[in-house]
Design a protein around this ligand. Sequence first.
Ligand code: FES
Length: 210
Amino acid sequence: MARFSDANLAIANEIISRYPRPKSALIPLLHLAQEQDGWVTDDAMRHIAELTGTTPAEVKGTGSFYEMFKFHPVGKYMVNVCTNLSCQLLGGEELLEHAEATLGVKAGGTTADGMFTIEDVECIAACTEAPCLQVNYRYKLRVSNDDFDQLIDDLRHGRTGIPEHGTLATVRQSIPAEAGAGIVPPEEAREAPVWLARNEVEATDGGGDA
Ligand code: FES
């Protein structure tokens, strides 16, 4: 499927320029690919390999370590229902059953209209707010069946503000040049990075504390 669009290629090159080695940009480029298409396509992996001097196998080998990267089509909204212990005790499994019945797909499946993918997930670190779920990694807490139905209706009608799968943040990160890691690989550096020199001065001064 899709390589980077011209606009995203410009962003990809800007991201690569932040690092001493192009290969170091693999993870943010995988996020960019997933933001573009909703998942990481084979063509996107080839394109990332070309841009970073790696192979598609290295790109997939890196990305497949992380559960949040998807290498197959998924719905516009990933609905991750927690059924781990705290959520299970407070109705997480019943909530998942309700989600499956409501959307007509089992966990791991995607609705025919491509809107929703359901996942049965391990603890998402909101145990005190059980049962809980995430939609594209945005939390919904103490979710009842009625809450779930309302959530799905809101998502179908664009009332939540939750972006489609792949968009982690609606504001793109901007790193000033002086805060970057530097464009010289560490073994070729002749001067300490600006941030290291600054830290050493602060350490000598006692961190600036009175
Ligand atoms: S058990 Fe569900 S968030 Fe921890």
